[in-house]
Design a protein around this ligand. Structure first.
Ligand code: ADP
Length: 574
């Protein structure tokens, strides 16, 4: 075996040993945790150093700084047993350029392996990080991905060790590659750890945010629950029946009073149940729709249900703060049986009392007339004559008042039957005017009837009732006019005949106009400060009811205080 081949054999063996150490190194790196990393790196350097028969193995790490690329000794193993790990403190950092190692940096950064005999080194190259005993050195660059990380250095105290075969170079490069890959893996692990920490941090933050949002929600929920409880309690304490529906009429809420008023035990009121009870009398479903569509309140009066009288109010629920859209309807049910009964009793009492009054009144009137006839002296004495006249006029007034009250109560109870016939309006108006003419003349008032063109106009009316209304309207015109006169005209309009009565009297102020035609309604002083000696104040109210009973109406056409008024009786054309 030649020397050459012996050397070859040794080299081969050395390579095999390196590869062995390398596979071990790979395993070390793979299992290294952040805590064991440095220990493992040193162990790997030792293994490879031993495998190569090196006296010193180290790893130098680059650091990019504003002053340029710098380098420091990071890991070191010596055959003598020394080892050290440094970090990149300022004191240990030196730039390649300052050290005069620019050429090395250039070679290593492009992936070249540097192997030199120490003797052949330049002075500067010998100065930095070369042991005094070293005879040869081999520097292998380490890359982490594409980045030049630094290099691993092998020192031997034997001269000539710097001469490497390609296989040996490849083996050393493989060591550097493994080292680079391990660093990369470590970095990634660290990044991953950081990322994990930041993710955990974010998760924690989100969890906190979520929890606070949840608490907020819980609070709002509690508030709205309390609000709901308060609302429900108030609704249930109402004596009115309460139902709330959505826009389609679906019942969302109701109170116990609904059961009381409709005398039923429903566990859950529905529109269907409501319609079953009231549908024949009032179409609640349609009314709800109407209230929603027209956005208006609806009142349904006089619902006769079983033994009761019920009143219904529908109110749309508007979203005031928002766009004003309607979200449902509140239905209130009021039991008005008591009120209705009271009213009926009062009306009946009124009717009976008025009726009963007429008999004694007739007796007084008859007796006073008899007295006059039987005792002629009464008329001869001024005092006794005045007394008897006073009795008679008071009785007359009382009788007419009683008659008016009787009329009113009968009309209100729908007990008045009107017998409608075809009547010649002008002819009837003329007759009434003729009867009243004396009164007008007494006050020196003009008294005129303006005739329509052509023939008389026919109306459908009850003769007696029509006369009654005209007497009242014409009587008022005379009563409230002191100068000028009363002008009447009969005109035809669409399907109706209008009898218009104009006067040049005191007129009625706009405020008082609203109280006309109403019973017991106190608006202005003027209307109620009327002449109680000559009127009951029921005239216009009765006129209105009578006209309506005949299918017509009475209304104030115009009036101006101090200038006069115009009242109209309108009746269907005959
Ligand atoms: P009264 O018996 O008091 O006349 P009415 O019901 O007939 O009762 O009229 C009510 C009130 O309306 C009167 O008191 C009067 O103040 C007013 N009024 C009615 N007709 C006229 C009129 N032609 N001119 C002015 N005021 C009138």
């Amino acid at each position: 075996m030649s020397t050459g081949s012996l050397a070859d054999f040794e080299r081969l063996m050395r390579r095999a040993a390196i590869m062995d150490a390398l596979s071990l190194a790979a395993e070390f790196f793979l299992n290294a945790s952040p805590e064991t990393w440095e220990k493992n790196v040193l162990m790997v350097l030792e293994r490879i150093g031993e495998a190569r028969g090196s006296d010193r193995v180290y790893a130098c790490k680059n650091k990019e700084t504003p002053e340029g690329k710098q380098v420091f000794l990071k890991y070191e193993w010596k055959k003598t047993g020394e080892r050290q790990v440094n970090d990149g403190e300022k004191s240990k950092l030196q730039s390649y350029a300052d050290l005069g190692l620019a050429e090395w940096a250039q070679l290593l950064s492009t992936g070249e392996v540097i192997s030199r005999g120490v003797k052949s080194l330049r002075a500067e190259e010998k100065c930095w990080n070369v042991s005094e005993t070293a005879q040869s050195l081999v520097l292998v660059p380490v890359f982490v991905g594409a980045e030049w990380w630094g290099y691993i250095g092998f020192e031997s105290n034997v001269e000539g060790d710097e001469v490497l075969t390609k296989a040996e170079i490849d083996a050393l490069k493989a060591v550097a590659t493994t080292f680079g890959a391990a660093i990369r893996r470590k970095r990634m692990e660290e990044e991953l750890k950081l990322e994990k920490e930041s993710v955990e941090q974010k998760v924690m933050e989100r969890t906190r945010e979520l929890e606070s949002a949840k608490r907020e929600l819980q609070r709002t929920l509690t508030i709205s629950r309390e609000e709901k409880a308060r609302l429900t309690a108030s609704i249930h304490s109402l004596s009115l029946g309460f139902l709330m529906t959505d826009v389609y009429g679906e019942v969302l809420l109701f109170n116990h009073a609904v059961n009381d008023i409709l005398s039923t035990m429903e566990n859950a009121w529905t529109m269907q149940a409501l319609m079953d009870k009231l549908g024949k009398i009032v179409d609640v479903q349609t009314r709800v729709r109407e209230s929603v569509q027209k956005v208006q309140e609806i009142k349904v009066d006089d619902i006769q249900y079983l033994e009761k009288w019920i009143r219904l109010y529908l109110t749309p629920i508007k979203m005031m703060e928002e766009d004003g859209r309607v979200i449902g309807v509140v239905i209130l049910l009021e039991d008005v049986t008591e009120a209705k009964r009271l009213q009926q009793t009062r009306d009946e009492f009124f009717a009976v009392a008025s009726h009963e009054l007429r008999t004694p009144l007739t007796a007084i009137k008859g007796n006073s007339m008899l007295l006059r006839r039987l005792v002629p002296q009464i008329d001869e004495q001024t005092e006794s004559r005045e007394i008897i006249t006073d009795i008679e006029t008071s009785t007359d007034r009382l009788t007419s008042m009683v008659n008016e009250y009787l009329d009113v109560s009968r009309l209100e109870m729908n007990k008045v039957t009107v017998s409608v016939e075809i009547i010649k309006a002008v002819e009837l108006v003329s007759t009434v005017m003729r009867d009243l003419e004396v009164k007008a003349r007494e006050k020196k008032l003009a008294w005129e009837l303006q005739l329509p063109d052509g023939t008389d106009l026919a109306v459908k009316a009850d003769r007696g009732r029509m006369e009654q209304v005209l007497i009242n309207l014409l009587g008022n015109a005379i009563k409230y006019t002191d100068q000028g006169g009363v002008y009447v005209k009969v005109v035809k309009a669409k399907g109706v005949v209008k009898i218009c009565i104009y006067d040049t009297g005191e007129g009625i102020t706009p405020e008082d106009q609203g109280a006309l035609f109403q019973k017991f309604k106190r608006v202005g002083d003027r209307v109620y400060a009327r002449d109680m000696a000559s009127g009951s104040g029921m005239g216009l109210y009765i006129s209105r009811l009578l006209a309506e009973a005949m299918g017509g109406k009475v209304y104030l056409e115009k009036s101006e205080a101090g200038k006069g008024s115009g009242f109209v009786l309108e009746l269907p054309e005959g």
